[in-house]
Design a protein around this ligand. Structure first.
Ligand SMILES: Nc1ncnc2c1ncn2[C@@H]1O[C@H](COP(=O)(O)OP(=O)(O)OP(=O)(O)O)[C@@H](O)[C@H]1O
Length: 482
């Protein structure tokens, strides 16, 4: 990990960090070790290698990158994944903030994930870092990204939430530039199949051999534009773009706040539509909600067909799992699919990732997939999805289990009959909620974070020496996790 930042791995002067010395360094090392397998080795080397942990304030961890551009890119593409890995590996962290590592003598500029910052000027002027140079090279070599052949209409599972978007995509693939369908604007939450549909359109049209198609992410569009400015080849860039029959731009929200790239895109857009060419755009927001995109561009984006890819239903998730298992020719017990479809509800990419991991593990050990192996193989994913568990629920369950009153969880009584269950509840809160030690302390009758730390250590010691006690705690954990 390279960083100009000193790693803050201890308790803060004011005692607000819930971390023991060295925890951040070790926790981050685990996250960094897990990332290449999740995003791919190349992607990791190109974009994520320079990520480094910065300050940890309470339960907020700042991760830094060398430039605003890289920060925006990493946050936009892998922010959710990184946050869920950090929460799983560093249970005291509840939020991740992406910042820019200060130049020597400077300060960290952290921004919250929802806030997109204008960053293109920085990259135009800055000397390219290793990552930027690598990405720029790949950009100048080809106009568009290759289409993923796995993303076809056939491999897309259609259900109520996505049938309209699917129908629109099919229509554009059959008859590009039809009145009313230009541009086609697909929008919806992360990992719900927008990119899949765009590749399916592109693949279908390319195979037909009738039209030329260019697909690229909005971020790549910006990169290409900037590279063209640098190499004084903007005319060539414009001509290349305007020579295609179908232009598809993915994740348009990346252009929020990037005025000059928006302007370039606006002109390209107009030139293509005026020439009767098809535009397909995807975004996580509808055109009217894209604040930070110029009004005139938003208006044009919304004047064709706007199709929402809705959040999946349980039935659709089951159908997707079943289709993926079929195409991998692996038998997955219905119980396992139901479990996954109940647990991983927001993002098909994660659902697919969980299934792939189960399949990979089953192949590796030569044993069939079973419900018993799921918690072990997917513990990090499941933990991230268990985050809705509250400290109050834990207190309630633990109090019931030990037959004490709920109010004893916050009382100052120190009798062992109430103090031990309280310690167990604190331990489970630390393990299962990702809340920081100070926050857990506050919820247990305004106790200090050192009391929580002591409780966690004490419960761990007891679990090692007292098998019955360990069983009790494990049982409680399983009940709370289910
Ligand atoms: N209905 C579906 N049928 C089959 N696979 C799906 C479906 N929806 C999503 N997927 C799969 O889920 C993964 C994520 O989908 P995709 O990348 O298209 O999402 P996205 O909406 O573009 O996400 P992002 O907002 O992150 O760009 C892909 O592997 C895709 O094949």
């Amino acid at each position: 990990m390279t960083s100009s930042l000193a790693v803050d791995d201890g308790l803060h002067d004011d005692g607000t960090s819930g971390f023991l010395p060295g925890e951040i360094t070790r926790g981050w090392a685990r996250v960094a070790a897990a990332l290449p397998a999740r995003v791919g080795e190349r992607e990791f080397e190109t974009w994520l290698r320079a990520l480094a942990p910065g300050a940890c304030d309470g339960d907020e961890l700042t991760l830094t990158l060398p430039s605003p551009f890289l920060r925006d890119w990493v946050r936009g593409h892998h922010g959710d994944l990184i946050e869920s890995l950090v929460r799983a590996e560093m249970p005291g962290v509840a939020r991740v903030i992406f910042g820019v590592a200060p130049r020597p003598g400077g300060a960290i500029s952290g921004t919250r994930p929802a806030v997109a910052a204008a960053s293109e000027a920085a990259i135009v002027q800055a000397a390219p870092s290793q990552q930027q140079a690598a990405a720029t090279r790949s950009v100048t070599n080809d106009l568009a990204a290759p289409l993923d052949e796995r993303y076809t209409f056939d491999s897309f599972v259609v259900g109520k939430p996505n049938e309209f978007a699917y129908a629109c995509a099919r229509r554009v693939a059959e008859r590009p530039s039809s009145p009313g369908f230009n541009p086609l604007f697909l929008y919806g939450g992360v990992g719900l199949g927008k990119t899949h549909l765009m590749h399916a359109i592109g693949g279908e049209l390319t195979r037909s051999g009738r039209v030329s198609v260019a697909y690229m992410s909005a971020e790549k569009f910006m990169y290409r534009f900037i590279a063209a400015i640098r190499s004084q080849s903007t005319m060539e860039f414009k001509e290349q773009l305007r020579s295609v029959d179908v232009l598809m731009i993915d994740d348009l929200q990346f252009l929020i706040g990037k005025e000059s790239t928006q302007e370039e895109f606006f002109h390209t857009f107009n030139a293509l539509v005026d020439a009767g060419k098809q535009i397909v755009v995807s975004s996580d927001k509808s055109p009217s909600d894209l604040s930070g995109i110029e009004d005139r561009l938003r208006t044009r984006l919304g004047c064709g067909m706007v199709a929402d890819v809705h959040a999946t239903t349980f039935e659709l998730r089951m159908a997707i799992l079943s289709a993926k298992a079929n195409s991998a020719q692996v038998s997955v017990p219905p119980k396992v699919m139901e479990f996954l479809a109940h647990k991983i509800t927001t993002n098909v990419r994660e659902l697919e990732g969980a299934l792939n991991r189960l399949i990979a593990r089953a192949k590796l050990v030569g044993a069939p997939i079973s419900i018993e192996t799921v918690p072990e193989v997917l513990h990090d994913i499941l933990r991230a999805h268990d985050r809705r568990l509250t400290i109050e629920e834990i207190q309630k369950r633990v109090a019931e289990h030990f037959h004490i009153r709920l109010t004893e969880m916050t009382s100052q009584r120190r009798a062992r009959a109430v103090a031990r269950p309280r310690q167990v509840a604190m331990y489970l809160a630390k393990q299962l909620t990702g809340r920081s030690l100070p926050e857990i302390g506050r919820r247990f009758g305004d106790r200090d974070h050192t009391t929580v730390m002591h409780a966690v250590t004490r419960v761990q010691q007891l679990m090692e020496t007292d098998a019955t006690f360990a069983e009790d705690v494990e049982l409680l954990r399983r009940m709370l996790e289910s």
